[in-house]
Each structure stands twice: as structure tokens, then as C-alpha cells.
Design a protein around this ligand. Structure first.
Ligand code: FAD
Length: 480
């Protein structure tokens, strides 16, 4: 079955859920927090792509840190395996059970705790949906430091646990820089209060970073404090086409030099992505329909001076066209045009899953080599599957999507391990921003040394000695 071809054996050391367990959970969470209804549990068992399916019998919906703590302490004492779940938009099968793990979804913990509107520091519970947080802080004159296509469903706790990158990374950097504090519940129920709101604090090891990107394998994030940048008044979005990949690269360098202080996104997609978006997304139209170009780039600028910023972007585009880097281009004249441009870029994932089967690879590769893998994959696969390349070019992050009507072991055998070996050979990363989940737990060695994996396993054993948190994910079974 596609990228999950080899079945993972259930670890018999885990207990099997029984009716006493369910009664205990009801005594802690009440009837509404303990879901056994088959339809609701079925939804929580399947990931966003419909690719990874677990067989959990139980979905728990805690409403407070204390409830999470009691649930985990109990699961640890009984050795019941647990999957922490946020918005379930993850793309590597990390958010759903592999077997019968109990699902603990944080969606009920969605309270805003405080907002410091002088320093732009937001403190909230982990189950807050990213888009709701964005709307809230924008009304206060700030923005969230991250934005992604899944914003309407993903939760800030999920974003932190995957160290999500997304569309604003080029401007505001990684969550490692923006997250100021966390509250985390460890596997044995201990509540680790690291919820500071300080910009600077060098007292010992900065433990919160262990949990940023740990994909629910070290603890359950329950509260978050995060730095939000000021909202700037002028945003412009341009949609451009380039005749070859070299022009995209040169355009990136030119944009870094020419738009440096105002650039807020630099996204690229190939022709196949535009065709896919036009075929499968409702209500979008191709901003540059006249000629079929090979590559498209979306540039967003955000700054503080409306007329200066617009003039700067226009002059940059003119120069880039004169220099032959850009074949054609258009700057959005209003919000609806700008959102059409964004909808095309953000809708590629959604359009991909509509084709049937999608093999998704999220790679960090030096920019000059980034598109080579797309072309090599195309010639390997011929007409077995369609190969698309797009992503956050400004961050050296390629999303390689391979589409076919259904999953097939033949196609998978052409893709893996080639894609991982190629990436490792170019000193890239096999996961730029989506994490490892169950898809790539056994592949970590392509990007990390044996010593690093061993140290990670030691940390996992220290904080979760019974290995109840998100088993079969992130680390290879042999390391634990
Ligand atoms: P889930 O999918 O529920 O969980 C993801 C992982 O985090 C799992 O391992 C889970 O166990 C763990 N987890 C969740 N909540 C907690 C918690 N409170 N405590 C501990 N562990 C927890 N990702 C990017 O990085 N950049 C993008 O641009 C991007 N675009 C996307 C676009 C679309 C259309 C889609 C569907 C996904 C995209 N993603 C992107 C992937 C995904 O949205 C992110 O990984 C997101 O951060 C996951 O958040 P979530 O709340 O849905 O987490």
C-alpha cells in the first residue's frame, strides 16, 4: 500500500484497552470526553490524505492540562499506547494510530490565555486552531509568525510538535526562534512548566526545543507562548513565470538583493502544478493563461509604506523582465486577485489528493540542485505516474509529489529508496518540515548520523521509559 508497504508489527508489550480503562477515563473526562462512537473514532483513525489508517477503539478529548496529566499517568501505569493528535493535517502519518493506540485529541483545549499587545506575545492552549489565532492577533495589529495551507484545521500544538515551516519562514524563521515557552505533559503525567514569555533566558538547557518538532514522541504540548510580529500595512503579491529553473534561482537571488527588507514569501511551482490546480480546484483561474510556461513563482512583499513598497516591486519586476529572468508577470490589483494567486499555491496539496494516490516527499536540497530530482524522477517513472515539483524555494524546500490513480508497489519501488539516497547524496534532508511520522521513522539514517539517532533514542527512553507516546513513529524500532 504505497509508501506504507511494509506492515509494522504491533508491539505485544502494550496492553489492550478494556472496559475498566474506559470507566476510568470517563471518571476523569466525563462521558463527553470519551468517544467510542464508531463513526467519530473512524475519522480520528485516518489521516488527511486517507493514506494511513489505524485501528483505535477510543478517542479522548481532555479539556485541561490536569486531565491530560491524569490520562497519561494512567496510560503509563497500564502501558497503554497513546497518539497525541491535533488538527490531523500532518502528512507523514504521525497523527493517527498504527494499531490500537488511544487517541488523545487536544481540540477541546482551545482557550486564549493572554495577549501582551506591547510585545506581541500570545499565550494560549495547544488546541487553538492556527487560523483562529491569526484572526485574533490581526485584530490586535499583529500576525502569527507562521502560515500554512492547513491553517483552517491545524492546531498550534500540532504546528509546534511538527516544527511546521510554511509560507512565512523566509521572513520570520523557524518556530525554534518564535516559540518563547511551552507547557508539556510527560508520559508519566508530570507537568513540565516552561511557559515563560521572555525573549532571553539562558538559565541552563533550553528544554522547550526538545519538544519543538518531536512529533508527540516526548510529551504532549498543552500550552504555548509565541512571539507574533507586528502587522505591516502594505502587502503586494506578484505571480510570475520563468522559462527555466536557472531563471527561478537567479530570480531568488535578485529578490533577496532587490526586495530584501520587504520580501515575505517566495514560492515556486512547475507547470504540472498549475495544470493540476486548474483541473481540480474550484473557482481559481490561471493568472498567466496565454503561454504555457515551465515554472511559476509567487512573490509576496510586506512592508510599512504602501507607495514605496509597490513602486519597489514594480521596478524589480521590470528589471527582472529586462534581464530575461521573468517571462511574464502580474501584480495583484486587489485582495481577490491576491487570494486567487495564493489559492493556486496553497491548493496544490488538496488538488493532488483528488487524483487518487499521492506519494509526497518533503526535501531540503541546495537550491541549485533542487529541481534535478524532479526531472530524474520523471524519467525514472515515465508514464507510470505524474511528477510535480513545488515548494518554498526561498528556504531550499522542495515538495516532490508523485501522482497516480491508485497506490502501487511497482511505483513505490521506483521511488524509494532512490529518492532518499539521492537526497542523502546531496547532503539534503529527507524531511524539511513535515517530520518523520510513521512514513519515515525507519529512514532517519539518511539524514542523521548513528550517534545522533542513538542520543535521540536515549532521550526518548529517559522521558518515556515505557514508550507509550506515539509508538512506531519518528525513531527506528531497532534504536529503542
Ligand atoms: P497533527 O497532524 O494532528 O499532528 C502532527 C504530529 O504532531 C503528530 O505526530 C502528532 O502526534 C503530534 N501532535 C499534534 N498535536 C500535539 C500536541 N499538542 N502535543 C504533542 N504532539 C502533538 N506543514 C508545513 O510544515 N508547512 C506547510 O506549508 C504545510 N502545508 C500544508 C498544507 C496542507 C493543505 C496540509 C494538509 C498540510 C500541510 N502541512 C504543512 C502539514 C501539517 O499541516 C503540519 O504538519 C501541521 O503543523 C500539523 O498540525 P496538526 O495540528 O494538524 O497536527
Amino acid at each position: 500500500f504505497g509508501s506504507v508497504a511494509k506492515p509494522i508489527q504491533r508491539n505485544p508489550a502494550y496492553s489492550v484497552l478494556n472496559s475498566d480503562d474506559v470507566s476510568y477515563f470517563k471518571s476523569i473526562l466525563g462521558d463527553n470526553g470519551v468517544i467510542q462512537d464508531k463513526d467519530r473514532v473512524a475519522v480520528a483513525n485516518v489521516d488527511w490524505m486517507g493514506k494511513y489508517k489505524g485501528a483505535s477503539q477510543l478517542l479522548l478529548l481532555p479539556k485541561s492540562t490536569n486531565e491530560v496529566s491524569k490520562v497519561l499517568a494512567y496510560c503509563d501505569s497500564r502501558r497503554l499506547a497513546v497518539v497525541p493528535q491535533g488538527g490531523n493535517t500532518g502528512l507523514v502519518g504521525g497523527s493517527v494510530p498504527v494499531h490500537d493506540e488511544v487517541i488523545v485529541n487536544l481540540g477541546g483545549m482551545d482557550k486564549l490565555i493572554s495577549f501582551d499587545n506591547v510585545n506581541g506575545i500570545l499565550t494560549c492552549e495547544a488546541g487553538c486552531v492556527l487560523e483562529n489565532l491569526s484572526t485574533f492577533v490581526e485584530n490586535e495589529g499583529f500576525i502569527m509568525p507562521l502560515d500554512l495551507g492547513a491553517k483552517g484545521s491545524c492546531q498550534i500544538g500540532g504546528n509546534i510538535s511538527t516544527n511546521a515551516g510554511g509560507l512565512r519562514f523566509i521572513r520570520y524563521g523557524s518556530l525554534h526562534g518564535n516559540v518563547l515557552g511551552l507547557e508539556v505533559v510527560l508520559a508519566n503525567g508530570t507537568v513540565l512548566d516552561m511557559l515563560t514569555t521572555l525573549r532571553k533566558d539562558n538559565t541552563g538547557y533550553d528544554l522547550k526545543h526538545l519538544f519543538v518538532g518531536s512529533e508527540g514522541s516526548l510529551g504532549v504540548v498543552t500550552k504555548v507562548s509565541i512571539l507574533t510580529p507586528a502587522k505591516l500595512p502594505s502587502t503586494n503579491v506578484a505571480f510570475l513565470s520563468c522559462n527555466d529553473y536557472m531563471s527561478c534561482q537567479k530570480l531568488l537571488l535578485a529578490a533577496r538583493r532587490g526586495l530584501g527588507e520587504i520580501i515575505s514569501a517566495f514560492e515556486f511551482m512547475d507547470r504540472q502544478c498549475i495544470d493540476l490546480a486548474m483541473a481540480h480546484l474550484e473557482g481559481v483561474h490561471n493568472p498567466l493563461p496565454l503561454s504555457p510556461y515551465k515554472f511559476y513563482v509567487l512573490i509576496e512583499t510586506t512592508g510599512s509604506d504602501e507607495s514605496y513598497d509597490k513602486a519597489k516591486l514594480e521596478a524589480f519586476l521590470l528589471r527582472s523582465m529586462e534581464d530575461g529572468l521573468v517571462a511574464d508577470g502580474v501584480i495583484a490589483q486587489d485582495i481577490s486577485q491576491a487570494s486567487n494567486f495564493w489559492r493556486i499555491r496553497e491548493g496544490i496539496s488538496e488538488a493532488s489528493v483528488k487524483v487518487g494516490a499521492v506519494y509526497k516527499y518533503d526535501l531540503s536540497i541546495p537550491v541549485e540542485k533542487l529541481y534535478d530530482i524532479v526531472e530524474e524522477m520523471r524519467s525514472r517513472l515515465g508514464d507510470m505516474a505524474e511528477v510535480l515539483g513545488y515548494g518554498h524555494l526561498g528556504d531550499g524546500n522542495l515538495h516532490l509529489n508523485i501522482l497516480s490513480s491508485k497506490y502501487s508497489d511497482n511505483i513505490l519501488a521506483q521511488i524509494e529508496p532512490f529518492v532518499y539516497e539521492w537526497t542523502a547524496g546531496h547532503r539534503g534532508s529527507i524531511s524539511a518540515e513535515h517530520g518523520l511520522g510513521q512514513m519515515k521513522a525507519e529512514k532517519i539514517h539518511y539524514s542523521k548520523s548513528p550517534e545522533a539517532v542513538q542520543l535521540m533514542a536515549s532521550i526518548k527512553k529517559l522521558v518515556d521509559p515505557n514508550s507509550i507516546l506515539n509508538p512506531y513513529k519518528v525513531l527506528p524500532q531497532s534504536a529503542l
